[in-house]
Write a protein that binds this ligand. Structure first.
Ligand code: SF4
Ligand code: SF4
Length: 147
């Protein structure tokens, strides 16, 4: 049996930092529905546009506005695809150095699995969850794949 290449430890590191959470049209609709808001209301309250793309805003603590200390993601069922895809981002799939570097940041990545197995499991996951994206004008670069 193959070693599990990733299992989230709920540390919250990936919910910290500004500007990384890009929302596609699908993400915006799903998040608004989850919050029981119109898309316009959701965007006004929780998002900002940068470089033509919609991003979830960050709170004063430097975490995503939806992150709750000790509880994790407040909108988990409605979270954007980029949150669903981490750590199987394009860069970590095509570059073993990136995969090694994220191990300091994301304790859920299992170094013992090796990069090849991380890629295999990651691609399978991205495919099965329908997380590949193809529109550089709207989607997060980390989700743009050749598949
Ligand atoms: S950084 Fe990794 S282990 Fe921590 S919450 Fe994010 S996915 Fe989970
Ligand atoms: S939407 Fe949820 S999973 Fe995504 S960064 Fe914010 S708190 Fe984390």
């Amino acid at each position: 049996m193959s070693v599990v290449a990733f299992e989230c430890r709920m540390c919250g590191h990936c919910c910290h930092g500004e500007g990384g959470i890009v929302m596609s049209a699908k993400d915006r609709t799903r998040l608004a529905d989850h919050l029981d808001l119109s898309e316009q209301e959701m965007l006004e309250a929780y998002a900002e546009q940068r470089g033509g793309k919609w991003h979830v805003i960050t709170g004063e603590d430097g975490y995503c506005i939806f992150f709750r200390e000790g509880k994790g993601c407040h909108v988990h069922p409605g979270r954007p695809d980029i949150c669903r895809a981490w750590p199987f981002f394009r860069g970590n799939l095509i570059d073993s150095d990136s995969w090694e570097m994220i191990q300091d940041y994301c304790p859920g990545v299992n170094p013992d699995a090796g990069h090849q197995e991380f890629v295999r499991q990651g691609k399978e996951y991205i495919r099965s969850e329908g997380l590949s994206r193809h529109d550089p004008d709207q989607d997060a670069n980390a989700l743009i794949t050749d598949e």
